[in-house]
Design a protein around this ligand. Structure first.
Ligand code: CFM
Length: 553
């Protein structure tokens, strides 16, 4: 097995000052035997041997009683994947809380002026507001009314319906309501059986979202648009304006974005996505299914990219240029990189003396814990530990382990679409020989090396980290910065550690691309060098607190 390891450290460095195994043992001591046994497989001391890394247990149920940070299936489907498409009316069929808390207030941005009708429904929160009556007598009637009302008020091109937990429990048939209303209103209406309890995390919701987009939207419009190098940007959700910066760079290189899944996107573009010549994948976890299915049906290859980090951005641009094998594009890409890099290097060298050697931990979602290591490397910071909340083994160990992943009952519940070559529209963009040639050049199609091979030996990799483990990590390592989300933020700060949210960006950003890197350098410099944190005393440090142990195992 080989790892095409372009993001890898030159030499893996041993973290000699720490004994990660001892910390792991200490962490597991608090747990009852059975819990400790399971967690032991999810807390891994990294060891890169050639291209091999240790096996990690991932994408399994969180043990009840452990406080994790995961979201639900509905959150992954509606909140993450579909939510950022501005001109689909997304109706949450369920009690109001689900709709309210998945209202896109987490800084997904969009620019309606780029599509002719100016539709933007992202600022609204649509819900059927299920009440007791619907729980008892069924909610289909109210859903029908909600679709009609949304249509009457906004005349959208498309309406999507999302099932929440009670909808699955009472058995409302959202798909038949959608079919019926689609017929009646003559617009695209489709549903998602993404009840919160499905699967083990929001990851299940990504898969369901991918399936339905593939069935109901992708491929509806065969018009081949203009542009020489036509790509789709997959797995970029425009948090903090990241997609805007990526668009700016790609446009400057003369690369045409046919569609983005789904930051700053519109449904018409997604309908046309299959006409592109390449899919580039940012967040592998949330959208790899679409990339795989488009390849099978339409012959459209995909490559993994990362626009987080200036060097990673340059590498990703070069990969795209290599794929298209056009000297004009290669020259343009080089020109853009050399235009953009001086400002980046200047900003980096200004902060580097203050950030070098600082220590950081990242526990985020399903891709950022990996991507952001690029930026910290540029800042000379050391990543002591990292983990995902809900990623799968392939995101940790690389896609080469895919054939060995055991599919459990929770994953089997999620539909796996049978995709075949489209009789008319399948057009392989590259021959197997060309794909092989690209691989030799370091541009691997359908490949992702995962997070672990790029990390230092001795660093701790923790899947679905618990609150207890988070606190132990802080106490053991005293990092200079902790990256996670809003659920952890204040507890970490109370430990006197600066905390950066990598989901919502703490209302900062963009951090992608060249300009994003500059923003990030400056912000991290301010955070790790602020003196305020050392004055902080958490309430429990001043006053003794109650403590407890498990009553039984
Ligand atoms: Fe992909 Fe995302 Fe992420 Fe994700 Fe997410 Fe997110 Fe995330 Mo929060 S799709 S896996 S489900 S990059 S919402 S935009 S920041 S946990 S690391």
């Amino acid at each position: 097995m080989t790892v095409s390891n372009e993001y890898r450290q030159e030499e893996p460095i041993e973290l000699v000052e720490y004994n990660p195994e001892a910390i792991k043992t200490e962490m597991l001591k608090k747990y009852p035997t059975k819990v400790a046994r399971k967690r032991a497989k999810q807390i891994i001391v990294n060891k890169v041997e050639g291209s091999d890394v240790p096996e990690i247990l991932a994408n399994v149920r969180t043990i009840p009683g452990l406080i994790g940070q995961r979201g639900c299936c509905y959150a992954g489907c509606k909140g993450v994947v579909l939510g950022p498409t501005r001109d689909i009316i997304n109706i949450t069929h369920g009690p109001i809380g689900c709709g309210f808390y998945s209202w896109l207030t987490r800084r997904n941005q969009t620019d309606p002026s780029t599509t002719p009708d100016n539709h933007n429904f992202m600022t609204y929160c649509f819900s059927t507001d299920m009440q007791e009556e619907q729980i008892i007598f069924g909610g289909e009637k109210k859903l029908r009314q909600a679709i009609q009302e949304a249509y009457d008020n906004f005349k959208p091109k498309a309406i999507a319906v999302f099932a929440t937990c009670p909808v699955g429990l009472i058995g409302d048939d959202i798909h038949s309501v959608c079919r019926e209303m689609k017929e009646k209103l003559g617009i695209n209406i489709f549903g998602f059986s993404c009840e919160g309890y499905k699967g083990v995390s929001q990851s299940a919701g990504h898969h369901i979202a991918n399936n339905q987009l593939f069935k109901h939207v992708i491929g509806l419009d065969d018009t081949i648009g203009e542009g020489n190098y036509r790509i789709n940007l997959l797995g970029e959700y425009n948090i903090g304006g990241d997609a805007f910066e990526i668009e700016r760079i790609l446009q400057k290189c003369g690369i045409t974005i046919v569609s983005t899944f789904s930051g700053n996107s519109s449904i018409d573009k997604i309908a046309n996505a299959h006409t592109a010549d390449l899919n580039i994948v940012m967040c592998h976890r949330s959208i790899n299914y679409v990339a795989e299915m488009m390849e099978k049906k339409y012959g459209l290859p995909w490559i993994k990219v990362n626009f987080i980090g200036a060097k990673a951005t340059a590498k990703s641009l070069r990969k795209i240029a290599q794929y298209f094998e056009d000297p004009a594009l290669t020259a343009k890409v080089e020109e853009v990189i050399s235009e953009e890099m001086p400002a980046v290097e200047k900003a980096c060298s200004e902060v580097l003396p203050r950030t070098i050697g600082k220590k950081v931990m990242l526990f985020v979602g399903g891709s950022r814990a990996h991507h952001y290591q690029e930026l910290f490397r540029e800042l000379g910071m050391e990543v002591l530990a990292a983990g995902y909340e809900f990623a799968h083994r392939d995101d940790y160990e690389g896609r080469r382990v895919l054939p060995f992943i055991t599919v459990d009952a929770d994953s089997r519940n999620i539909e796996e679409l049978e995709v075949e070559q489209d009789p008319e529209r399948y057009k392989p963009r590259k021959s197997p020989e060309e794909l092989e040639k690209l691989k030799q050049l370091g541009v691997e199609c359908s490949g992702y090396e995962g997070m672990m091979p790029t990390m230092q030996n001795g660093s701790l990799i923790i899947d679905d980290i618990s609150q207890h483990e988070t606190e132990m990590m802080i106490e053991a390592f005293k990092p200079d910065l902790f990256c996670a989300g809003i659920k952890e933020k204040y507890i970490i700060q109370k430990h006197g550690i600066p905390m950066k949210q990598l989901h919502s960006y703490d209302y900062g950003g963009p951090y992608a691309g060249f300009r994003g890197a500059i923003n990030f350098y400056r912000e991290i410099d301010r955070m790790v060098n602020s003196k305020i944190w050392r004055y902080l005393r958490a309430p429990w440090q001043k006053r003794p607190e109650l403590s407890a142990t498990y009553a039984c195992e």
